[in-house]
Design a protein around this ligand. Structure first.
Ligand SMILES: [Zn+2]
Ligand SMILES: [Zn+2]
Length: 482
């Protein structure tokens, strides 16, 4: 098309104005043809597609793309708003063995009411949140299934840098199980993390932090099966125990607006999973494929180490499908698994031994699931390798941006003799260039900026999630009053 247009223009340049118009018109407008008959059109558009698509393939019973998706093929972060009645699930980490495409374990659940929930925050997974255009100060509720590092290693980073990046007005809330004894509970882990990050927190206290350091731990008794760990704004999360070699490992089920999500975390297949996950829309468990010896050939690990690890800690592929068949979800997913060509088909075969319904991998990282009452769709998310962070997100209900005053200053936490060794900037800045250095926090007390005084780009970028929440809540409330 482009080539023929160029030819047309080239010809026209040697010709009269009339010829120019005629040549371009001929290249652009196809001739109108006689329409095919209704029967032919019907065969052309839907021939071979059975009425009732549910019989088409094993994977597509109730699985189809929602009409608002910008692309049914891939998810491009930042291009689609979560709809008022939607639950969107993104796999931000998907394997215990850390590698660039599988950053340990983390599942991000966003709801149409504007709330979001982080289930596990494995090492490295914050990078995927950034790539998915989630501002770190949007992550305020983290549910940890158990205290293996591949499930919470990213927590210090989210706490430290989420606070720096605007996490000033609401403490980070961490939900997690008790251990059999207090030293093995989530509260103790958080106390230990406070100690571990002591230097970092004091160093970052030269910045606005507000309530950022006031981390809240919500520890529940791991034995209290079916107990409620969270209930707010129409969202309920319950938990139950998992057999994962050591007491404390737990599973979660989230219910909101007639939609349900389960993440079992790690553990041996259990009767309790079938009981508490029963009928859930999206049931996610972990999976280990039964190819221990081949895997040892690939990874160079003695087979008994894998066999022993699975048999004391994990859910074999066969067992995952066995439990899924009891749960009967609309979509069954597995994660916390290697995503590799040499094992993927085997993994599916093992799951299929017992589970014949819709099944997809929650791996590799970036798999996104759109869930509504009518449809579920699974896509690969396109996560850039070098993303820039999303702007910090603020609640502008009060009509202002409040930047809290930093609790400390460089003078308070650094000896003068260290600063004195700094090279005079006049020596490295080129002649004629000398920026106005900001070496002291420039404001006394909190900086309070009315929205109308904010530059438009900041008002728009930092208030985007807040505006979407307002819009969706309006729609949801409208539905409620009907
Ligand atoms: Zn794990
Ligand atoms: Zn584990």
């Amino acid at each position: 098309m482009q080539a023929s247009l160029r030819r047309g223009v080239g010809f026209a340049m040697l010709s009269t104005g009339i010829l120019f118009t005629a040549t371009v018109a001929a290249a652009q407008v196809p001739a109108v043809q006689q329409p095919s008959s209704e029967a032919e059109i019907s065969v052309g558009l839907s021939g071979g597609v059975p009425m009732g698509r549910w019989t088409e393939g094993l994977l597509y019973d109730g699985i189809s793309p929602q009409p608002w998706l910008k692309s049914a093929a891939n998810w491009f972060p930042g291009t689609e708003d979560v709809q008022p009645n939607e639950m969107r699930i993104t796999f931000m980490g998907s394997a215990p063995m850390i590698r660039p495409g599988q950053m340990n374990t983390s599942i991000y659940v966003e709801l149409g009411n504007g709330d979001n929930f982080v289930f596990d925050i494995g090492e490295g997974s914050p990078a995927n949140y950034v790539a998915a255009r989630v501002a770190l100060n949007q992550l305020k509720r983290v549910f940890i299934t158990h205290l293996h590092v591949d499930h919470f290693g990213g927590l210090p980073y989210v706490w430290m840098f989420g606070t720096w990046a605007g996490g000033w007005h609401e403490p980070l809330r961490v939900y997690g199980p008790s251990g059999r004894t207090p030293e093995y509970g989530t509260e103790t882990m958080v106390e230990g993390m406070k100690m571990m990050t002591g230097w970092h927190r004091d160093a970052f206290s030269v910045f606005p932090v507000g309530k950022g350091w006031d981390i809240e731990t919500h520890q529940f008794d791991f034995r209290d099966n079916g107990g409620t760990v969270y209930e707010e704004n129409g969202v309920k999360v319950i938990h139950w125990q998992r057999s994962h070699a050591k007491d404390g490992a737990s599973a979660y089920r989230l219910d909101w607006n007639g939609l349900c999500f389960v993440w079992t975390g790690d553990g041996r297949p259990s009767e309790l999973d079938a009981k508490y996950a029963k009928g859930c829309d999206v049931y996610v468990t972990e999976l280990q494929t039964e190819i221990v010896e081949i895997n040892s050939g690939v990874q160079g690990v003695p087979p008994f180490l894998a066999r022993y690890t699975i048999d004391t800690h994990h859910t074999p592929g066969y067992a995952s499908g066995y439990v899924a068949n009891q749960v009967q979800p609309r979509l069954f997913m597995t994660t916390h698994m290697n995503f590799d060509p040499f094992m993927n088909e085997e993994t599916v075969a093992e799951v299929r031994e017992h589970w014949k319904g819709p099944y997809h991998f929650g791996a590799p990282d970036g798999i996104v699931v759109n869930v509504t009452k009518e449809q579920i769709w699974v896509r690969e998310g396109i996560l850039p390798e070098y993303p820039n962070s999303r702007a910090p997100q603020f609640d502008f209900t009060n009509g202002q941006l409040v930047v809290p005053h930093p609790p400390t200053s460089r003078e308070e936490i650094q000896e003068p003799f260290v600063r004195e060794q700094q090279i005079d900037p006049a020596e490295y800045y080129p002649p004629g260039y000398y920026p106005e250095l900001l070496e002291d926090w420039p404001v006394d007390g909190d900086l309070v900026v009315p929205l109308e005084a904010l530059p438009e780009n900041l008002r728009e970028s930092m208030g985007a999630a807040w505006r979407l929440k307002l819009h969706n809540m309006e729609v949801l409330e409208g539905q409620g009053s009907e």
